[in-house]
Design a binder for this molecule. Structure first.
Ligand code: NAD
Ligand code: MG
Ligand code: MG
Length: 337
């Protein structure tokens, strides 16, 4: 683990940094860097981007993608992963000045060779281990989200120092920077989001909700038991690990955890997790995702639409409207992040 004391926080301050994209990560990187004293920051957006207003309302300068690439010492690519290769080809490759740095917050495009970066460029990664709104809010509270840092190509001999300095400016130096590789970051990130954090958790919640409602219990009760309370439990685990959570719940709940948990997630589940990991490592998942994007994301958008129609989303909306405090200080505020 590296911290602020292990880096030179000043290195980044005099660099011209272009943040490509102003979404979840983009707004957090741009604003944290600015508050860390980076003097020249530009947000690079495509013509007619709806993010332009958001960035300008925070006092950030906006440029076109091509102009920003030619202007910058560091290009941080924070557009959606599936668009990065074409953005690199059309706006970055021919325009970045010799010896400048190309940076990412996720290793996918470099690791799976969707982008073959120009020989003279430095290529590094600073990947905060949290969604953008948290990268921003933790920084504003005086903390930071831990970051992974990796150097793929060190043409200048200074890529690592610069990456460390960038990671500090985004807040990572306050909570810890872990040095890794594009491969390890990419594969563990995809595995985590697919099996546990997003894929696994969402299916667990949906199946729990369906089991209760199909057995005739009111959807409101099912919502509280299988979705709402997830946060209460995860907060306890986050704060002090699993035993900390078990200390707080009843002995009955803890005994049920030991007896029934492993009936739900068992060794077969783990076998399937291993298959998922294999498909990630071999590039099969990335190929499937990129093919889906080439086909206009039809299946992807259909699955998104189907989920929106699920009864748990309907009853959830109704119940959250009756708990207005949940919506106060919302993490997701579409007008800002
Ligand atoms: P996002 O979808 O929230 O935002 C992408 C932004 O890119 C948009 O807001 C827009 O400003 C811009 N954009 C969209 N289409 C564009 C186009 N055609 N041309 C130019 N700009 C365009 O993306 P994100 O979730 O912040 O992800 C950005 C990168 O950060 C990805 O590499 C992702 O893997 C990585 N990352 C994301 C998270 C996260 O929590 N969201 C965490 C760690 C790393
Ligand atoms: Mg990810
Ligand atoms: Mg209970």
């Amino acid at each position: 683990m590296f911290y602020e004391k292990d880096a030179n926080p000043n290195l980044i301050k005099d660099k011209k940094v272009a943040i490509f994209g102003y979404g979840s990560q983009g707004h957090a990187h741009a604003l944290n860097l600015k508050d860390s004293g980076v003097k020249n920051i530009v947000v690079a957006l495509r013509e007619g981007s709806s993010s332009k207003k958001k960035a300008e309302s925070e006092g950030l300068k906006v440029m076109s993608l091509s102009d920003a690439a030619a202007w910058a010492d560091i290009v941080m690519v924070l557009t959606p992963d599936e668009l990065q290769a074409s953005i690199y080809k059309n706006h970055i490759e021919q325009r970045m000045r010799e010896g400048t740095s190309l940076a990412f917050a996720h290793g996918l495009n470099i690791h799976f060779n969707l982008i073959n970066s120009r020989k003279d460029l430095d290529v590094f990664m600073v990947a905060p281990k949290g969604p953008g709104h948290l990268v921003r809010s933790e920084y504003q509270r005086g903390g930071g989200v831990p970051c992974l840092m990796a150097v793929h190509k060190d043409s200048s001999g200074k890529a690592r120092d610069l990456a460390m300095s960038y990671a500090c400016a985004v807040g990572g130096g306050r909570s810890g920077i872990i040095e890794t590789t594009f491969k390890d970051e990419c594969e563990t990130d995809l595995f985590g989001e697919q099996t546990v954090l997003c894929g696994g958790l969402v299916e667990l919640i949906k199946n729990g909700f369906e089991t209760l409602t199909e057995a005739g219990y009111p959807p409101e009760m099912a919502y509280f038991e299988t979705l709402h309370e997830v946060k209460l439990i995860v907060d306890l685990i986050y704060e002090g690990g699993i035993a900390n959570m078990n200390y707080s719940i009843s002995n009955t709940a803890e005994y049920g955890e030991y007896i029934s948990g492993r009936k739900i997630v068992d060794s077969k589940t783990k076998e399937r997790m291993k298959e998922v990991l294999k498909d990630i490592q071999s590039g099969k998942f990335t190929k499937q995702w990129m093919d889906e994007c080439k086909g206009g994301q039809k299946n992807f958008l259909k699955m998104r639409e189907e989920l929106a129609k699920h009864p748990i989303e309907k009853v959830g909306k109704k119940l959250r409207d009756l708990m207005p405090w949940i919506g106060k200080n919302k993490l997701v505020d579409k007008s800002k992040n």
